[in-house]
Structure formats: structure tokens, C-alpha cells
Design a protein around this ligand. Structure first.
Ligand code: NAD
Length: 353
């Protein structure tokens, strides 16, 4: 079993091993010993694959003496709402959950963000355990303590920093994940490679567990240095400012991972052209896009993309923070006046091929 320990406002372990779901209770008991209540929060797809009463996780929890309650929701981003968080808190209150009890977020990033948010607000905060089941959640969202829900004003507009007490990663559950979802998660692993560890590229395709571990190590170092994103944690947004703009301009028909890959490429093209980068990186990103057959977004229009990107949460007054690759395996940030954003994007669009 691989173990990574996070040292943030809370110290917690991330355990990685095939088959871990069946011995989840044993690991949880070491930090939150039974008897106590827990609430398994998952979408209905994940519930039927990994959460049901007759499946190893539930059996392991009840066998260890936990009083297991279940909260399910419809799969998809549409469930990441304040209303859904309120419903989870309602279940916790009706079952008499106290601060000794805990939530298990089982599923992808939607479950993790939603259940983590509910855990952070119920009785001003109860513990929660992350059991991620998508590649994206394993390599990225289950680690670092960002929780939240979407509102009409935008994605993740309401949220908290609330670290889990434990993260249990069982890569064997990726066997049931669709190719599209695998590509989504892979984009975040590739991003970690460009930010801080080029050796990640050697194990993608060979050993996915190792790639997950390496991506988590990158995130660990960054989050430990800047838990609440006042500086270096922004590096994790490489490709996301323009990626989010591509998602928005496409009417959310371009999947997140694909949008991030395109966002990284466009940013690198512009940064190379402006000679911000010590060593040009855009060619390498293009090779990765081609190698994994990520679709290229062809409808690029700088004014619309700039308008969408200017609304990004990472904007600081009239400046936007651009994360760009300085050389392979290292990114830097630069503040760009919002008035120059369209020109920056137009540069990338002009060189796009
Ligand atoms: N908190 C953070 O730091 C952070 C970081 C990145 C992304 N996010 C958030 O993560 C969310 C996206 O996460 P996601 O891509 O995991 O989406 P998701 O949670 O919606 O999962 C994607 C789909 O995969 C299905 N699924 C999950 N595990 C499965 C499995 N093992 N087999 C078969 N199907 C399975 C789900 O039912 C769902 O339909 C977004 O809301 C995003 O904002 C958060």
C-alpha cells in the first residue's frame, strides 16, 4: 500500500491500493473508531456500482460496527447545489449526527465537493473521509480541502476549505469508468506533469497508480505551501482560466479535461510567442494532445474567450493571473491587465495549429 501524508491545517493520510474499498472500515477505524454514525454520500451510478448494502464497502463498514446511513443524488454537475447540501445536512440532523460522526464522500469530484461542503457546515464542521472513484477525483479533487457548490453566479461560488480526515484510493474501481471520464482525469495528471514533475509522463499508460501518486505529490507540495490559495496554489490553475472560458463558450459541450488541455496549449503558445517562457513548451503540449487524441477546439474566438475568461474567480481587481509554462516541468504566474487579455488570447489563436 502507498501512503502519502498531508501536512495542512489538518494532518491526514492518503492511502492507495487496489481493493482498498473492501478494507475501508479497517483504515477508517484507526482514526474514527466505531461505534459511531457515518453517512455515505454518492451519486446513484456510484451507489449501484460501489455503495449498495450488498457490496464490499458497506459490508466492511457495518461489519466493523458503524451505523451506516446513505444519501444519494443524481449524477452530474447539476447536483452540486446549495439545495443538495442542505438536503444532506437535513438527513444528518434527522439521524442525530453529532461532531463525533462523519461523512464518507464516495464518487467523483461532484460527490467530494458536495459532501465535503456539507461536512464543513453541519454543526460548524464534522469529519469526512474521501473515497474518490474517478481518475480526476483520485489525482486531484479529493486532496487539498477545497469544497463547494455552484450557484447561478458561477461554478464553486460558495465553498469552504475543509480538509478530509482520510483519503482512500482504490484504483481498481477505474475499471468501470468511461473513456471520456478517464481522459478528463488524465488532463489533471498531465497538468501536474507540466507544473512540476515531467517524470509523470513516463508512467501514464504504464502504471496509472504511480501516475496518480506522482500527481498527488505535486498537489501536496503546492497545497502544503499555500493551503488557502493566496499565492503558489494558483499554479494548479494552469490551463483552467482559458479552459473554463472554452467550456463556457462551447455551451459546456467541450468536456472539462479537453478544455483544460486546449487551455494549456493556447496559454503556452502565447507565452512562447511573448518569450515569457525560458524554454518553449507549446510543442510538447501539442504532442501530448495528439498522443491521447484529445479533440482540438476549433471555434476559438479571442473576444468571446477573453470576455468569458475575465469573469474568472482568479481575477484580482483589474488584473488576471496567467499561469504559464516557463520550461518543461515548471510553471510560473504573471499578472496581466484584463485589458490585455484579449490580445494575449489572440496571439495563441493566431499560432494555433
Ligand atoms: N475540490 C477540488 O480541488 C476540485 C478539483 C478539480 C475538480 N473539482 C470538481 O470536480 C467535479 C468533477 O469531478 P468528476 O469529473 O469526478 O465528475 P463526477 O463526480 O460527476 O463523476 C463523473 C461521472 O463518473 C461517474 N462515476 C464516478 N465513478 C465511477 C466509476 N468508478 N465507474 C463508473 N462511473 C463512475 C459518476 O456517476 C459521474 O457520472 C467538478 O465539479 C469540479 O469543480 C474539484
Amino acid at each position: 500500500m502507498q501512503k502519502i501524508t498531508m501536512h495542512t491545517s489538518k494532518t491526514y493520510d492518503i492511502l492507495i491500493e487496489d481493493g482498498l474499498l473492501a478494507s475501508a472500515a479497517e483504515q477508517i477505524a484507526a482514526i474514527l473508531p466505531p461505534p459511531r454514525k457515518c453517512c455515505l454520500v454518492c451519486d446513484r451510478t456510484v451507489y449501484s456500482l460501489y455503495g449498495r448494502q450488498d457490496l464490499p464497502l458497506f459490508v466492511s463498514l457495518t461489519g466493523a460496527g458503524y451505523d451506516v446511513n446513505i444519501c444519494t443524488f443524481d449524477p452530474g454537475e447539476g447536483s452540486k447545489t446549495l439545495r443538495a447540501a442542505e438536503e444532506i445536512c437535513g438527513v444528518l440532523a434527522s439521524k442525530g449526527f453529532t461532531r463525533d460522526d462523519f461523512i464518507i464522500a464516495l464518487g467523483g469530484g461532484v460527490s467530494g465537493d458536495l459532501a465535503g461542503f456539507a461536512a464543513s457546515i453541519h454543526m460548524r464542521g464534522i469529519p469526512f473521509v474521501q473515497i474518490p472513484t474517478t481518475l480526476l477525483a483520485m489525482a486531484d479533487s479529493s486532496v487539498g480541502g477545497k469544497t463547494g457548490v455552484n450557484t447561478d453566479a458561477g461554478k464553486n461560488m460558495i465553498g469552504t476549505f475543509w480538509q478530509p480526515s482520510l483519503v482512500l484510493i482504490d484504483p481498481a474501481v477505474l475499471d468501470t469508468l468511461s473513456q471520456d471520464e478517464l481522459l478528463n482525469g488524465l488532463a489533471e495528471i498531465i497538468k501536474a506533469g507540466f507544473i512540476a514533475d515531467g517524470t509523470i509522463f513516463d508512467c501514464i499508460g504504464e502504471n496509472i497508480s504511480e501516475a496518480i501518486v506522482k500527481a498527488i505529490q505535486v498537489k501536496k507540495e503546492i497545497v502544503e505551501a499555500d493551503e488557502r490559495e493566496s499565492g503558489s496554489r494558483r499554479l494548479l490553475n494552469f490551463g483552467h482560466t482559458i479552459g473554463h472560458a472554452i467550456e463556457k463558450c462551447s455551451g459546456y459541450t467541450v468536456p472539462h479535461g479537453c478544455a483544460v488541455m486546449n487551455g494549456m496549449y493556447l496559454t503556452a503558445l502565447a507565452a512562447d510567442d511573448l518569450e515569457w517562457s525560458m524554454t518553449p513548451v507549446s510543442g510538447l503540449i501539442k504532442n501530448v494532445i495528439d498522443a491521447f487524441a484529445y479533440p482540438k477546439y476549433e471555434e476559438l474566438k479571442a473576444p468571446q474567450l477573453a470576455e468569458a475568461a475575465a469573469g474568472d474567480k482568479k481575477r484580482v481587481s483589474d488584473k488576471i493571473i496567467i499561469v504559464y509554462p516557463d520550461q518543461p516541468g515548471r510553471c510560473k504566474t504573471k499578472e496581466l491587465p484584463v485589458s490585455e487579455l484579449e490580445g494575449f488570447i489572440a496571439r495563441g489563436v493566431r499560432l494555433w495549429k
